[in-house]
Design a protein. Structure first.
Length: 318
């Protein structure tokens, strides 16, 4: 059985093992695959593994041996699900592996916006502390989270974990989700609609999936509802934010800052307006990429394929 990994480098740049897959077939691993080489590299494979390499109707039409696609991520919008279903190809994803790491990154971005740790460390090394002579100094206002309100858009596994951490900081929580699960164990918590969440939150953290309904959710109109001191954190999907509108809101001081681990185009082009926006942190989609999270992802992906081969597929998305 031929197994082809189209873009294995981000999952495993060398610190993990492909052994789990190698025990189930003849594995060919490509670090990256350009779009025009997908069909050539996947020819003859019955199993394909992809992270962000797209698989569309044309690819499926030209890969008659293909039976299974394992997406090495939770989001599976890189695969034409309808086309795969039409060809009888099973598609699975890897949910749940990144919850602790993504929640941690949410607060890494938020705390940097509140305390400006890197800026102040750099200032000390540049001699500014010694020049001033006081026992302390700060170059930016410092923000305490206790007593502030965090609005969480998307209150699934990751969103609820973020809520746990926010509560530990002494924050109040407002949440929006299509499915309002029982949160009676929480204090200082409320389910609200998006406009109320935006109007009343000091921090807005996005953990919603990318759907046609959610694309451009954080737009000029909704940014206009937010407090001037509000911070936006996005560790979900870039297109949930209208980037031009967010850059304009930041540069006009309509809101206070943003921390973004995802952008609409990755890597971004040089003309992305957020790259030069005021008080905007951007990181290269690394929320998921701790060794621990990637190790869990690898294990889930291996178990997905093993379950499929044993006739009991799991985490099927089509």
């Amino acid at each position: 059985m031929k197994i082809v990994v189209l873009d294995g480098y981000t999952l495993n740049p060398g610190d993990l093992s492909w052994e789990g897959f190698q025990m189930m077939g003849d594995v060919v691993i490509h670090d990256r695959t350009p779009d025009n080489q997908i069909v050539t590299r996947a020819e003859g494979a019955s199993i394909l593994l992809t992270n962000k390499t797209p698989l569309d109707r044309n690819a499926f039409n030209n890969l008659p041996d293909l039976k299974y696609v394992g997406v090495l991520a939770t989001g599976f919008n890189v695969v034409d699900i309808e086309a795969a279903r039409g060809k009888g190809i099973t598609v699975t994803n890897t949910p749940g592996y990144g919850t602790p790491s993504v929640a941690q990154m949410t607060f890494a971005l938020l705390l940097e916006l509140c305390n400006h740790v890197q800026q102040h460390s750099d200032a000390v090394k540049q001699g500014k502390w010694a020049e001033i002579g006081d026992f302390c100094f700060w170059e930016q206002p410092l923000v305490e989270l206790a007593g502030k309100t965090m609005g969480i858009i998307g209150f699934g596994n990751i969103g609820s974990r973020v809520g746990d951490i926010a509560a530990a900081f002494g924050m109040k929580i407002l949440a929006y989700d299509k499915n309002r699960s029982d949160q009676s164990h929480r204090t200082d918590f409320g389910w609200v609609d998006i406009p109320e969440l935006l109007e009343n939150s000091d921090v807005v953290s996005i953990h919603a999936p990318l759907t046609p309904e959610n694309e451009g959710l954080i737009n000029e109109e909704n940014l206009g509802l937010m407090k001037k001191n509000a911070l936006v954190i996005n560790t979900a999907r870039g297109p949930v934010i209208d980037e031009q509108a967010l850059a304009a809101a930041l540069n006009s001081e309509r809101i206070a800052g943003a921390g973004l681990d995802v952008l609409s185009v990755e890597p971004p082009t040089s003309d992305n307006p957020l790259l030069g926006a005021r008080n905007c942190l951007t990181t290269p989609h690394i929320s998921w990429a701790t060794l621990e999270a990637r190790s869990r992802l690898m294990d889930i992906a291996v178990n997905n394929l093993r379950a499929y081969l044993h006739g009991n597929p799991q985490n099927v998305v089509n």
